[in-house]
Ligand binder design. Structure first.
Ligand SMILES: Nc1ncnc2c1ncn2[C@@H]1O[C@H](COP(=O)(O)OP(=O)(O)OP(=O)(O)O)[C@@H](O)[C@H]1O
Ligand SMILES: [Mg+2]
Length: 326
């Protein structure tokens, strides 16, 4: 088995890119805009935003924050911490503090490392100054930076965002007074089930005229054929395209997974079901990883780390995920 193949170029999505470009152009006139892109897992939200980032970076400073699935353990404002670190890397800490203005000490809530700078309060002191001040500070900071250079702020996967992040995003979208600022959010629509905070949050955001929201659609058969051809380097036969289209249902991630299966070109070795597709993915994993997955599957849907560690025969380090790169 080979690894899943990446698609060399993005198929379709021209209208989606066009809308993003339009909003970028609008915001370059000094009126802040926001775009919210939804869609099911694997439909291509990240790919679209990656392509847009590459384009937008020619004229704007693009900062990206991500929400991760940490449940209650997630630090508040985590995506903004990432965004401000990128901003500090780009313009320098001194310029960042200047742009933040007199309330800059509240920034230590988002960037704890700033508290070592003389003259700035500790995060504890700043936290007591209230969220309103923090929100205004972030708005002023972005407005000031955008005077020099258009800003694009991307926050991916807001279905996992902590409540504090969502509040700050809402504040920025409503209250930014001006500035060449485009905020781009993405969310996985199949995670937004009944009771999910985004259920009411998104329609409310949309009532602000600055916001454009849409969901990415599935690829049609011709687009799946093009994606398959690009990955394979030659056209797939009609029967293979039919099968890949049927099994993937036009979700680009599944097209890549299917094409990653050996002998696809012959058409005889295609999985019959999604179960087989997932098993094919499992077979591509290393033996130690497969071992962990087998242990987890024996424990049912959810296995505590301690339980897993007790039955795992390897070292504790092998059970730890690799450290995330910043
Ligand atoms: N339009 C496209 N053309 C070619 N390849 C695509 C396209 N859209 C997505 N892909 C590929 O499909 C895979 C899944 O896409 P992506 O990671 O962007 O999905 P996603 O919507 O962000 O999913 P998730 O909800 O899991 O974050 C990636 O390898 C990506 O490069
Ligand atoms: Mg994604």
């Amino acid at each position: 088995m080979k690894s899943p193949a990446a698609s060399p170029s993005m198929i379709g999505r021209e209208p989606d890119l066009e809308t993003l470009r339009e909003q970028l152009a609008e915001s370059s006139e000094g009126s802040p805009r926001a775009v919210v892109v939804g869609g099911e897992a694997g439909i291509g939200k990240t790919r679209l935003l990656d392509e847009f980032r590459a384009e937008a970076s020619r004229s704007a400073l693009v900062l990206t924050g991500r929400s991760v699935d940490l449940g209650a353990d997630g630090a508040p404002y985590a995506p903004f911490t990432g965004i401000l670190r990128q901003l500090a890397d780009d313009i320098g800490i001194g310029a960042l503090l200047d742009a933040a203005g007199p309330s800059r000490s509240a920034l230590t809530v988002l960037l704890p490392e700033l508290s070592s700078i003389e003259g700035l309060d500790s995060p504890g002191t700043a936290a007591r100054t209230g969220v309103e001040r923090l929100y205004e500070l972030v708005a002023v900071l972005f407005e000031n930076v955008s005077r020099e250079r258009q800003l694009v702020i991307i926050i991916e996967d807001i279905h996992w965002a902590d409540a504090a992040t969502l509040e700050l995003v809402r504040f920025l979208i409503r209250m930014l007074a001006g500035g060449k600022i485009l905020i781009v959010l993405s969310y996985r629509s199949d995670e937004v089930l009944r009771g999910h905070p985004l259920r009411s949050y998104l329609p409310e955001l949309e009532r602000t005229r600055r916001v454009v929201r849409w969901e990415l659609g599935r690829l049609d058969r011709a687009q799946v054929a093009t994606q398959s051809e690009q990955i394979l380097g030659c056209p797939a036969d009609a029967a293979t395209v039919d099968r890949v289209y049927q099994l993937s249902e036009g979700v680009p991630f599944f097209v890549e997974e299917l094409i990653g299966i050996d002998h696809l070109g012959t058409g005889d070795d295609l999985p019959e079901t999604l179960r087989e597709l997932l098993l094919a993915r499992y077979e591509r994993l290393s033996e130690p990883t497969q071992h962990v997955l087998r242990l987890i599957s024996a424990g049912g849907g959810c296995v505590d780390h301690e339980v897993l560690a007790a039955v795992f025969t390897g070292t504790p380090e092998e059970l730890e995920p690799p450290r995330a790169k910043r």
